[in-house]
Design a protein around this ligand. Structure first.
Ligand code: PMP
Ligand code: GLU
Length: 380
């Protein structure tokens, strides 16, 4: 068969590829410490699963309204308003995962010849989604600035121009865990306004933040009308497999992106959306417990790397850290998986060669085991 240029331009997701490889080894009986895929290791809180079951029992098993069930769209808009963002239910599309929300956003806002600016290291799927939509990439490297955006604003100013169509900002960041300061976000705002650029603000790790201020771009002066806010339930509520996320944007974006949703996935799963209403309303304590656990695991891991003389930037959010490894990070990750049975993702998949991304959404014992294995096999 002949394949489209579009699909041949992209690689499979590197995060999911390593995790699949780790699963294959595990199926062969190997005990792998899998720090590859970014997925909380907690069960979904029971009040949420109960609400999902109750919704199924109540017959919420048919098609849902394409842009989302009204109670959830309203609940999401109310949450966003609590964060100081001026959204109503009509500004929200509920999607099967934030990934689909991003996919619809790229399909709606960029095309052949459009320019998309990414802040490297950047999550693997932004590049693929931009390329699938036909866009060209222009990348700004935050690695020399300890992964922070504020000291890189001059570089960003060099990259963004009147030709830029879309800028993607992800704070807290996957893969670095960096949380961008208010000054950094205001710098983004100034550039976006000056050059009339639309910004995608991916805030999926909003709640996984160890004490830094979370700044939502859509709340800054001049940004509401040029921002698409992305968020979801996978990370904060440990609901990765439920597939529930959303985009919030001005109504004209919703009308256009809603067409992509209605012709692709139809809607997010009906009863899952009812579980989402419960997650928003009654799960704050469980979220705090999970975030506290991630923070203490981060601290333990940083201590362990320090003991081994590794200089690791302290992540202030999400559950990832970037470990400086070898120039050939892909080889390092392959070898570490083969010899030490520790799965990590090569930094080059995120535009950060020389690093491996570790997800510390694993128990402290497993993290300790991972460091011990890496050290014993000569990888630290
Ligand atoms: N954005 C970022 C930065 C992510 O790390 C992920 C993780 N998969 C997503 C979006 C999509 O998450 P989901 O589709 O599970 O909601
Ligand atoms: N976002 C997570 C990660 O980066 C999940 C996998 C994916 O969707 O890429 O590991």
């Amino acid at each position: 068969m002949n394949f489209t240029d579009r699909v041949e331009r992209v690689e499979p997701s590197a995060t999911l590829a390593v995790s699949n490889l780790a699963s294959e080894l595990e199926a062969d009986g190997v005990d792998v410490v899998d720090l590859s895929v970014g997925e909380p290791d907690f069960a979904t809180p029971a009040n949420i699963t109960d609400a999902g079951k109750a919704a199924m029992d109540a017959g919420e098993t048919g098609y849902a309204p394409s842009n989302g069930v009204p109670a959830l769209r309203e609940g999401i808009a109310a949450k966003l308003r609590e964060d100081g963002l001026d959204y109503e239910a009509g500004n929200v599309i509920v999607t099967p995962g934030a990934k689909q929300a991003l996919f619809e956003t790229f399909q709606t806002l960029v095309e052949e010849g459009s320019e998309v600016v990414l802040l490297d290291p950047a999550w693997v799927s932004y590049e693929a989604m931009a390329k699938l939509a036909g866009a060209e990439l222009n990348r700004v490297d935050l690695a020399p600035h300890d992964f922070q955006l504020e000291p890189a604003l001059d570089d960003l100013a060099d990259a963004v121009s009147d030709d830029t169509d879309l800028l993607v900002v992800n704070s807290p960041s996957n893969p670095t865990g960096a949380v961008y300061s208010r000054a950094a976000m205001e710098g983004v705002r100034d550039l976006a306004v000056d050059h009339d650029v639309t910004v995608v603000s991916d805030e999926i790790y909003q709640h996984i933040n160890y004490g830094q201020e979370h700044v939502s771009l859509a709340g800054l002066d001049g940004m509401f009308e040029r921002t698409v806010t992305i968020n979801g339930f996978s990370k904060a509520y440990s609901m990765t497999g439920w597939r529930l996320g959303y985009l919030a944007a001005p109504e004209d974006v919703i009308s256009q992106a809603g067409k992509v949703q209605s012709h692709s996935v139809s809607s997010a799963t009906n009863f899952v959306q009812h579980a989402g209403v419960e997650a928003l309303e009654n799960t704050d304590d469980a979220v705090v417990e999970m975030v506290d656990a991630f923070e203490s695991r981060r601290d333990r891991l940083l201590d362990l790397f320090e003991e081994h003389g590794k200089d690791v930037s302290t992540p202030d959010g999400a559950f990832y850290l970037m470990l400086p490894v070898a120039e050939d990070d892909q080889q390092w990750c392959q070898d570490a998986l083969k010899d030490a049975h520790v799965a990590t993702v090569p930094g080059s998949a995120f535009g950060a060669p020389g690093y491996a991304r570790l997800s510390y959404a694993a128990s402290t014992e497993r993290l300790e085991e991972a460091v011990e294995r890496l050290a014993d096999a000569g990888y630290l």
